[in-house]
Design a protein around this ligand. Structure first.
Ligand code: UGA
Length: 445
């Protein structure tokens, strides 16, 4: 099938390259000429595991990038809108979605064959039918449902695993204004075997995406709230409490042969210093704001965000138990990205924590194997030093904060054991063996 994708962020580019790998002819469109040039030289503008190899393999075979949206729409059967939808504090900002819709509409005006326009960006329910569709009709001078179709196809890609998630999806949700639009979308995915395909209307497809992220974020805040109570009770450890929950056979089913399945789902039921990234905070906030607008306040989701915003403070409280003042205290932060496997620091809990440490005149050293550039851009204070080496970061620290679940931090006890004076360890991810440290504090302990 011939596909154009508008927007080459991580959703647009990953979707484009994977659809090309699956045998479609794909044109990725972006307004940023520099980005387009990079992609056409096989240089991915973002880091995503496996992306470069697939780009090299498909470039100029099934795949290319361009700034020419008009020609791309004319030459393809379906256009996917995958532009950003930032949250401005009150609602999602639809300016990029609207502009892409307008441009596609103008191109459809010059097209004689049937075209389908699909929203892939995360948008609040109603956006595809009530914002995108009318803009397309107005710009094209044509009628949706007759001259062109409109669909909604949310993505469920995790950063760092996006290629894998696209190539081996757990579900494909196809929203459409009518059967014809959905049929075209289904044809695009016909090369994916044995996948549960859910066909529905556009609004439901939009809602499925939000509900999915809201559930995962709720599980994290639930775990954090339970963890904070465990810490207040004393003598209970949230790690054991959560393990006890995971063993509920409705969460981890036992097969007939006695083997237990531990679903990845349970990893979201662990206490820590909070969730971040470009999706959970934005989507939960956007859904809450949308509910409020409809006079249906989302009380649970508001609490999910409140708990998450407060969670980084737990780390500071633990430090305060050991140091009456943080001024001049040598503190090492391990992990700056919002999760392992990425250099993305957007909404990372490390940001408010490091800001607070700097504000209190602590001497901060940070280490993260991939997020150096991002961290250095964010923190230019004289009391903030970035270390390229884990040993160097740990050496001389009075307190060490583990903020990202990077695998390489699992063995820090081996380095710490060699330190002359044992530092305080604050485990913000509960990923260390608490018995291996002289001075240990952890979320929910
Ligand atoms: C999330 C969803 O998992 C994807 O399904 C969705 O498509 C994506 O948002 C999106 O809307 O685009 P992502 O933001 O890449 O993906 O991150 P996750 O791996 O889900 O992690 C989000 C947060 O949850 C992180 O702060 C992380 O620390 C926390 N997390 C993640 C856990 O607590 N446990 C885990 O096992 C994984």
């Amino acid at each position: 099938m011939k596909i154009s994708i508008i927007g080459t962020g991580y959703v647009g580019l990953v979707s484009g390259i994977c659809l090309a790998e699956k045998g479609n002819q794909v044109i990725c469109v972006d307004v940023d000429q520099k980005k387009v040039d990079k992609i056409n030289k096989s240089i991915p503008p973002i880091y995503e595991k496996g992306l470069e190899a697939l780009l090299k393999k498909n470039l100029n075979v099934n795949f290319k990038a361009t700034t020419d949206l008009h020609q791309s729409v004319l030459k393809t059967d379906i256009s996917l809108i995958a532009v950003g939808t930032p949250f401005d504090g009150a609602e999602i900002d639809l300016r990029y979605v609207k502009e892409a819709s307008r441009q596609i509409g103008i191109s459809i005006r010059d097209k004689s064959s049937y075209h389908v326009v699909v929203v892939k960006s995360t948008v609040v329910p109603g956006t595809t039918d009530e914002v995108v569709l009318p803009i397309l009709e107005e710009a094209s001078g044509k009628k949706a449902g007759i001259d062109f179709g409109v669909g909604m196809n949310p993505e469920f890609l995790r950063e760092g695993e996006a290629i894998e998630d696209f190539m081996f999806p757990d579900r494909i949700v196809l929203g459409g204004m009518d059967k014809k639009s959905i049929d075209v979308l289904e044809k695009m995915y016909s090369v994916f075997d044995n996948i549960d395909i859910l066909k529905t209307n556009n609004k439901t497809a939009e809602m499925i995406k939000y509900a999915s992220n809201a559930l995962l974020a709720t599980m994290i805040s639930f775990s954090n709230e339970i963890g904070n109570l465990c810490a207040a009770i004393g003598g209970t450890d949230v790690v054991d409490v959560m393990r006890g929950l995971h063993l509920d056979k409705r969460l981890s089913p036992i097969l007939d042969n006695g083997e237990r399945i531990i679903p990845a789902f349970t990893t979201y039921l662990q206490a820590g210093c909070g969730f971040g990234g470009s999706c959970f905070p934005k989507d939960v906030n956007a859904l809450s704001a949308y509910g409020k607008k409809l006079d249906k306040p989302m009380l649970l989701l508001e609490a999910v965000m409140k708990i998450n915003e407060q969670q980084p403070r737990q780390i500071i409280h633990m430090l305060e138990k050991h140091f009456p003042s943080l001024e001049g205290v040598r503190i090492t932060v391990l992990g700056m990205s919002f999760k392992p496997g990425t250099d993305d620091m957007r909404e990372s809990p490390a940001i408010p924590i490091v800001k607070e440490l700097i504000a209190r005149n602590a001497n901060v050293k940070a280490y993260d194997s991939v997020a150096k550039k991002e961290a250095m851009n964010l923190f230019k204070d004289k009391n903030f030093v970035f270390c390229d080496d884990l040993n160097q970061a740990i050496h001389g620290a009075e307190a060490i904060l583990v903020l990202t679940r990077w695998d390489e931090f699992k063995d820090i006890h081996k380095i710490i054991r060699k330190c002359e004076k044992q530092p305080l360890i604050i485990d913000g991810r509960r990923m260390l063996n608490k018995h291996l440290f002289e001075k240990y504090e952890g979320i929910g302990l």
